[in-house]
Design a protein around this ligand. Structure first.
Ligand SMILES: Cc1cc2nc3c(=O)[nH]c(=O)nc-3n(C[C@H](O)[C@H](O)[C@H](O)COP(=O)(O)OP(=O)(O)OC[C@H]3O[C@@H](n4cnc5c(N)ncnc54)[C@H](O)[C@@H]3O)c2cc1C
Length: 383
């Protein structure tokens, strides 16, 4: 353990060096092209799988590494250095959003068929929750899986689905009892070669351009009932648990992104001069960066507090929601200040801060909006 970072051992730091090398070799050099083309090669999943990055916390029996959550923390913090938030998001959906439910609750057969190839990066996963008319209000989704003999027959649509155009399967949140509200929701694994499955529009968006965000349609899609994950009717509760990892990852990525942006800006401020001195030497900016560094450090400590609880399997919905809320809101402010510091160049594509500014906007929306986080914190604080 380092004197300053009690959570990270020497093994953790060796892992950090490995992930950094991977990101610098396989991702960062391509970030501009991937963003420009609004796409990245799907082989990235296999490459990440070969490094063991897609199953850090999963059972060894299925190819996972069975490591603690501080390894995930490092993985997320280092991914940010690719400066390609779209590709990062795609990988994090694979490793930490679409697969935890299978790892936690799936049958051996489901783990062999879906989880193990996802960990190897051979099958690409998507998480299908949001619908055209239901995002925050998950209980009002309409995609319906109706039992028919030994199968489910699924009809409905999803939207905003990351990895949607390239996925091999969808971890699908759907209604199995349309009358039962929260209690009528289930999780079903749906292979994308199922008859009746189709990808609608690939959506154009403000940032995270390298990732694909798509509409998915299900028309009489027939899947065997053995693809039901866990118990029927428990999907809402499973999803709320699943969200904890997703939100932690968002909070950690937000802090790491903000830190990197500040470091880039300080470097820029030493090179750029105005009125005869490097702009970083103006007291107003030195103080602003001192303030931002302080706030990011505070945010990271809140995120680490939530990671520690999560890692020790202590109840932490309140702390995870606080971390998601605080870190993601803060990062938008930090990156906005960094952009301002670049003057007109901050508005140009030549400097990565303009992309970071667009990408960061997603953080307070995806995986539960800031308003939803405040609602959760209010309820859990008995307000
Ligand atoms: C780039 C991108 C990628 C995404 N990837 C995925 C994915 O892979 N899988 C997936 O399932 N979804 C994905 N999403 C969807 C994302 O999770 C939703 O956008 C998000 O949950 C918000 O839902 P909504 O967009 O339907 O907004 P709505 O729920 O319609 O909310 C609209 C506004 O109302 C506010 N609001 C809602 N309820 C309350 C309340 N109770 N109190 C106060 N305010 C409230 C919201 O905060 C928001 O400001 C993605 C979204 C984006 C933008």
């Amino acid at each position: 353990m380092s004197e300053r970072e009690p959570f990270f051992s020497e093994e953790h730091e060796m892992f950090r060096a490995m992930v950094r090398q991977f990101v610098e070799r396989e991702m960062a050099p391509h970030a501009d092209a991937w963003e420009e083309n609004e796409d990245f090669p799907s082989e990235l999943f296999k490459k990440a799988g070969e490094q063991g990055l897609l199953g850090l916390n999963y059972e060894e029996e299925f190819g996972g590494a069975n490591l603690d959550y501080w390894y995930t923390t490092i993985y997320v913090e280092e991914l940010v250095r690719s400066r390609c938030a779209g590709a990062n998001m795609a990988l994090m959906v694979q490793s930490d959003m679409a697969t935890p439910i299978i790892a936690d609750l799936g049958s051996k057969e489901q783990k062999e068929e879906f989880l193990a190839p996802a960990i190897r990066g051979e099958k690409i996963a998507a998480l299908g929750v949001s619908e055209p008319n239901a995002g925050s209000d998950v209980a009002s989704i309409r995609t319906y899986a109706k039992k028919d003999g030994d199968d489910f027959v699924i009809n409905g649509s999803k939207t905003f689905i990351t990895n949607g155009t390239r996925c091999d399967f969808v971890t699908l949140i759907c209604k199995t009892d349309p009358e039962a509200g929260h209690g009528g929701i289930s999780v079903i694994l749906l292979p994308s070669d199922t008859k009746g499955f189709s990808v609608g529009r690939k959506l154009k968006k403000l940032g995270n351009k390298a990732s694909d965000t798509a509409e998915l349609h299900f028309e009489d899609c027939r899947v065997p009932q053995r693809y039901l994950v866990g118990q029927e009717g428990m999907g809402f509760y499973y999803l709320m648990q699943n969200f904890q990892g997703e939100r932690l990852v968002a909070a950690l990525a937000a802090c790491a992104g903000a830190q990197l942006c500040i470091e880039d800006a300080i470097r820029y401020g030493n090179e750029r001069s105005a009125f005869g001195r490097p702009i970083i030497k103006f007291q107003t900016w030195r103080h602003q960066f001192a303030q931002l560094l302080t706030e990011v450090e505070a945010a990271r400590r809140l995120a680490y507090f939530a990671v520690d609880l999560f890692d020790r399997k202590v109840e932490c919905v309140r702390e995870v929601s606080m971390a998601k809320l605080f870190c993601c809101e803060l990062t938008n402010k930090v990156i906005d200040r960094c952009l301002q510091f670049h003057g007109g160049w901050g508005y140009m594509d030549e400097y990565v801060v303009s992309r970071a500014w667009r990408d960061a906007r997603l953080l307070t929306l995806g995986g539960g909006t800031s308003e939803v986080m405040r609602e959760i914190v209010s309820k859990l604080s008995e307000l």
